[in-house]
Design a protein around this ligand. Sequence first.
Ligand SMILES: *[C@@H]1O[C@H](CO)[C@@H](O)[C@H](O)[C@H]1NC(C)=O
Ligand SMILES: *[C@@H]1O[C@H](CO)[C@@H](O)[C@H](O)[C@H]1NC(C)=O
Ligand SMILES: *[C@@H]1O[C@H](CO)[C@@H](O)[C@H](O)[C@H]1NC(C)=O
Ligand SMILES: *[C@@H]1O[C@H](CO)[C@@H](O)[C@H](O)[C@H]1NC(C)=O
Ligand SMILES: *[C@@H]1O[C@H](CO)[C@@H](O)[C@H](O)[C@H]1NC(C)=O
Ligand SMILES: *[C@@H]1O[C@H](CO)[C@@H](O)[C@H](O)[C@H]1NC(C)=O
Ligand SMILES: *[C@@H]1O[C@H](CO)[C@@H](O)[C@H](O)[C@H]1NC(C)=O
Ligand SMILES: *[C@@H]1O[C@H](CO)[C@@H](O)[C@H](O)[C@H]1NC(C)=O
Ligand SMILES: *[C@@H]1O[C@H](CO)[C@@H](O)[C@H](O)[C@H]1NC(C)=O
Length: 781
Amino acid sequence: MPIHCHISMANSHIHSLYLCLIIFCISHLLASTLGESNNYIIHMDSSFMPKAFSAHHNWYLSTVASVLENSDLSTNNVTSTTASSSKLIYSYTHVMNGFSASLSLSELEALKRSPGFVSSIRDLPVRADTTHSSQFLGLNSNSGAWPASNYGQDVIIGVVDSGVWPESPSFNDNGMSEIPSRWKGECAGGSEFNSSLCNKKLIGARFFNKGLIAEYPNVTKTIENSTRDSEGHGTHTSSTAAGNYVEGASFFGYAPGTARGMAPRARVAIYKALWENGSVTSDIIAAIDQAIMDGVDVISLSFGLDGVPFYEDPVAIATFAALEKGVFVTTSAGNEGPFIGTLHNGTPWVLTVAAGNIDRDFRGVITLGNGVSIEGSSLFPGNSYFSHRPIVFMNDCANLKKLKKVRHKIVVCEDRNGSLSLQVEKVVLAKVAAGVFITNDTDLEFFIESPFPAVFLNRKDGETVKDYIKINSKAKAKLEFQKTILGTKPAPSVTGYSSRGPSPSCPFVLKPDLMAPGDLILAAWPQNVAAALVDDHELFSNFILLSGTSMACPHAAGVAALLKGAHPEWSPAAIRSALMTTSDTLDNTLGPIKDKGGDNINTVATPLAMGAGHINPNKAINPGLIYDVKLEDYVNLLCALNYSMKQIKIITKSASNKCSSTTSSLDLNYPSFIAFFNANDSNSDATTVQEFHRTVTNVGDGQSIYVASITPIKGIQVSVKPDKLVFKEKNEKQSFKLAIEGPRLLKEATVFGYLSWVHTAGKYIVNSPIVATRVSSEFVS
Ligand SMILES: *[C@@H]1O[C@H](CO)[C@@H](O)[C@H](O)[C@H]1NC(C)=O
Ligand SMILES: *[C@@H]1O[C@H](CO)[C@@H](O)[C@H](O)[C@H]1NC(C)=O
Ligand SMILES: *[C@@H]1O[C@H](CO)[C@@H](O)[C@H](O)[C@H]1NC(C)=O
Ligand SMILES: *[C@@H]1O[C@H](CO)[C@@H](O)[C@H](O)[C@H]1NC(C)=O
Ligand SMILES: *[C@@H]1O[C@H](CO)[C@@H](O)[C@H](O)[C@H]1NC(C)=O
Ligand SMILES: *[C@@H]1O[C@H](CO)[C@@H](O)[C@H](O)[C@H]1NC(C)=O
Ligand SMILES: *[C@@H]1O[C@H](CO)[C@@H](O)[C@H](O)[C@H]1NC(C)=O
Ligand SMILES: *[C@@H]1O[C@H](CO)[C@@H](O)[C@H](O)[C@H]1NC(C)=O
Ligand SMILES: *[C@@H]1O[C@H](CO)[C@@H](O)[C@H](O)[C@H]1NC(C)=O
């Protein structure tokens, strides 16, 4: 079955208005004919390794050699070892006990009978899903997360992505101190990538393509052996997380200012595993394996796999290893919104990030012949000024053919049928001088970077233009561009494309976890990858505006680095808890954060869209209480998912995990609550109670008292016992029970509210979303 595909983002960005959404989704034919080799990720039980082997790698080589077709084991000759080393792609160290190899089906069958074989997973293709955003998040040098963490100076962020453009000004190391001595990574040289290109900012660069080459041998000749970013995604995400200060940055005049990452003094190490020729999990987990070994503190993963349980999701398995080493992992929720249950990376041991917009708009100005000026949305990168041109109203622009001298005319289209994309397409084909589009659509980020001069107006402003045209037989207008407006409201809002929970792989843990800026984010871009297209001419820029959960994820990685810098002793779960419980649920109008997606545009966003809320670094640095999670709590969750011991072992790599009915629990000590009310029987009027147990640790003031406050939820009763927590000292733990009582079948699909632990001295509010829903039934298998 071919996997549906959008071509790699750089090209889509330029060649199609509608594919600007930054998704890696390179198509692969998962052909698996007999005899043909495919990549497999093989889990082994290391207790079976014969003593004769000094290293796992040699055992794996020998295991592969023993199953090769036509291999003559009795001769045990050199050819077969050579053959097996060409078949073995990677030996993994931390992410799992095992290796990846390119095998035929019969070789795989033989391998399954080898001593120590646990399981195999077919290698899978993966898709990937300013700088004003730091200001929007409240980051500043006077107080809060930046000074408290020394701007993330001692923290190392590993970014697994499409590589890096090391010459980008965002990776300059001005003002950076010496590289932390614990760093074990390297700057691997490669084609057009001199190992001397790394510095005190960009401290590591490595590439991983052996899996891809084994899977698709036809890429061998064209794939570059280099960490250099030839498409831009990795340069953008890594500079968003930790780019250094660059003055005078902009995208062709839009979003001008000083660019910088969320943790401007943190170090960046790039692991290139996403390629223009495709991306496979065997390379990605090799990259994560290496990042753990190199000593990164935070890993940022702006891609994910859909529709697989954790024990078949190599990214979930590899990130469990990261967790064991105390490495914090942020991931993108995906760009499949606004549909419910589309989220990926819904893994309980990572942070899953949704995308919101920021309080910034890009505009063009249309000035009519009568002197009236009107602003509309635009991100047209070309010349900013036009003399007056004739302007005509063409209704829905379905038929532009009869229009004469189109190249000199400004065409006005009105979208009556929700057919904006069709109209834009028609206008592109007609090659008019400029387009003015009247639309109700507010989710315009994929239209406004048009390859021809265009402005998008709301209906009210559209009427003004139409009225002017109607009464003037010689109507004319001119257009100006490159206008950036700050402080727009409401912001943040959840973007329409951000994928929604519940998590198909584990609906019992509410996902996404939180929202971060992801819409039209300015960050670094390779010098030789076109940043825009105008009239078939490629334009280049050191900075570009991109949208997607891929852009939200590195914001969270940068903020997590600040928390790690301020609290080096905190566990990944503690950092996640701090980020979640302090996130904002109100927007800049002081109303609840809205959702731009779906049928109910601008209704209140639910936690299935934005998690706990919008990330707030300055509050997260000092959360008061945290919900911590121990490794065995995750194991107890896997037990309660009814995974077999073998499946659990694939994830945890430990034979000592045992499931018992007393410890198995779906009730993870998570800073959020989700309860499913979807019974479908005759007794659906009866009520049912669902209980959650939580333990919080006092990381704020020594002596402190917190009282529970719960927002009312329609049709549901929520109670907390005790409703007051008294702490005598720092690091003390207190437990409570939260009960949600409701009908067995909810009337509304999803209702929600918040539990807040309010510090009586007024210093902290520790917020958790509470969701009651019946939408689970499709997702819980
Ligand atoms: C080694 O094994 C290969 C097959 O794997 C066989 O063709 C070759 O003759 C063997 N060589 C020796 C020296 O035994
Ligand atoms: C890498 O850069 C160094 C310093 O600029 C230079 O001496 C060296 O020749 C370069 N190596 C390659 C392979 O280009
Ligand atoms: C390479 O192989 C893959 C599948 O084997 C195929 O989909 C792709 O089109 C090939 N590419 C080229 C350039 O031949
Ligand atoms: C791999 O990517 C390069 C760069 O985009 C391209 O030129 C080449 O045709 C691709 N090769 C295959 C086999 O798809
Ligand atoms: C990259 O390295 C692989 C070996 O790992 C080799 O087969 C391939 O030809 C190299 N690519 C180029 C463009 O040289
Ligand atoms: C919009 O709808 C009208 C009537 O339903 C139809 O005639 C017209 O072609 C449609 N326009 C577009 C652009 O689809
Ligand atoms: C656009 O909004 C107006 C009111 O603001 C409404 O009357 C109209 O039906 C909407 N049009 C579409 C196509 O949604
Ligand atoms: C696990 O199995 C038990 C017993 O069959 C069942 O009650 C429970 O609902 C299952 N849990 C999940 C998450 O499927
Ligand atoms: C309950 O059952 C009815 C009839 O079988 C079905 O139409 C409905 O979709 C079910 N509802 C849920 C929430 O499963």
